[in-house]
Structure formats: C-alpha cells, structure tokens
Design a protein around this ligand. Structure first.
Ligand SMILES: [Zn+2]
Length: 181
C-alpha cells in the first residue's frame, strides 16, 4: 500500500493572510479535538505536528479505525507550494461541460507563473471553449497552488460537512487534492 493524503488547499490568500489563518484553523481543529499535538514525533513514522484526536470521527466517519498507527498525522501548512495528486493525477474537468478541460502538458505549464508570480491562468476548455480560472477547474486528482493547506496523511475520506466547515474557515477558495504516492 502506498501513501496517500487528503489536502484542503486555500488558493486565494496572501502569505500573511495564510499565516494568520493557519493559527485560527489550528485552534479550531484542536478545540474540536479532531487533532491533538503529536508529542512523539518521529522523522519516519510520525513526522506530522499533529495526530488524530479523540473526536477524529467528526472529521471522517471511519477515522477511529484507520488512524491509530503508522503515518496518520495532520499538518497545517502555511507555505506557498504545489499540492499535486502525483500518482492519482487526472486532468481537471470543466465546470461548464464536465469534460476534461486541458491536457497534461498544458496544465503543468501553468505551474511556474502561478506558483512564483501568483498569475493564475484562465483556461479555455478544449471541449467547449469556455473560460475558467485554473483553480476553479474541477476534480480532486489534479493540483492546486496556495499558501495555506491542511493535510491529512493516510486518513479515510473526510465527511462533507467537515470539509465545508473547515474550508469556509480557511478562506473563500478552498479546494481538495487527493494525493497518492
Ligand atoms: Zn468545457
């Protein structure tokens, strides 16, 4: 079995906004006991700052059965990076016509200016021709770029209500990426 991670990524915050929002997001997760500080950090087996808390099943129904051992930590990342589905990658789909909107090469060519210059391209869908901001293309197997993310390592699927609540707290443009290594 490979490693996987569910990542909620906020794509509209400045670096400064992301740092302050990270504090609020961390407090919220700790207050709800979805996470607790990882007091036994280990570079290989438990590298995350947090681990599942006593109420982790509020975040993911199956969590209690899944997140005991191994690398099942949680990290709040306040750093501008590419969050990529890696082995899960599929080209994102168009919100207008639901077909694949862009091919692999054209999609990945968007990374450099988006990451380094904060230029989020508008994508013309190869199927219907309509325009969509790169971060508004759909699909969890794609990539997103943002300054704030909450990463759940090797967790089962998150509950929709939890994703909506945490996403709203993170900011107005929170997206999901499901990575598999
Ligand atoms: Zn389309």
């Amino acid at each position: 079995m490979g490693e996987h991670a569910v990542k909620l990524v906020e794509i509209s915050l400045t670096a400064a906004e992301a740092r302050s929002r990270a504090v609020a997001v961390t407090s919220w997760l700790l207050d709800r006991e979805v996470i607790v500080p990882n007091t036994a950090r280990d570079e290989v087996m438990a590298p995350s700052e947090f681990r599942a808390g006593p109420r982790c099943s509020d975040a993911a129904l199956e969590a209690e059965r899944w997140v005991g051992g191994g690398h099942t930590g949680v990290d709040v990342v306040a750093q501008r990076v590419v969050h990529h589905a890696i082995a899960n990658y599929e080209p994102p789909t168009c919100p207008h016509c639901s077909a694949a909107a862009i091919d692999f090469d054209d999609h990945h060519a968007l990374i450099e200016p988006w990451l380094h210059d904060r230029v989020e391209a508008s994508v013309l869908c190869v199927t219907c021709g309509r325009s969509t901001l790169a971060g508004d293309l759909e699909g969890r197997w794609s990539f997103q770029i943002g300054d704030l993310a909450v990463v759940f390592h090797n967790w089962p699927p998150l509950a929709d209500g939890f994703v909506a609540e945490l996403g709203a707290l993170m900011g107005p443009r929170t997206r999901m990426v499901v990575e598999h290594l």
